[in-house]
Design a protein around this ligand. Structure first.
Ligand SMILES: [Zn+2]
Length: 108
């Protein structure tokens, strides 16, 4: 009987050679998830597809890491202010474009 290890260890992975790690397969007329890596862009070190259980755990960890990174970034001094400035600038640009379009319509 195959026993599962007591402590799960993240298996070593490599970019899928079938899709260069993109997870996307694209043919002449269609595209979709790469069949060699189940659309994940990752394979085991030996080039074989990863076990689904390992894959799910790896993806969950990546999701958590990205969430942490985003939270840390958001709490970096100056970042929320910069985002707000950018948002206001975009709104101003939209108003300017709108006004410009109105002017063009009147002039025509
Ligand atoms: Zn692939």
């Amino acid at each position: 009987m195959k026993t599962r290890p007591l402590h799960w260890q993240e298996p070593a992975t490599a970019p899928c050679p079938g899709c260069n790690g993109t997870g996307e397969w694209s043919g002449m007329f269609s595209s979709g998830p790469c069949a060699a890596c189940d659309g994940t862009g990752l394979v085991a070190e030996d080039g074989e597809p990863l076990d689904m259980r390992d894959l799910l755990a790896i993806m969950r960890r990546q999701r958590d890491r990205h969430g942490d990174r985003f939270r840390r970034l958001w709490h970096t001094p100056g970042v929320p202010e910069a985002v707000e400035r950018h948002r206001q600038q975009q709104q101003q640009n939209e108003r300017d474009q709108h006004a410009e379009r109105k002017r063009q319509l009147r002039g025509a």
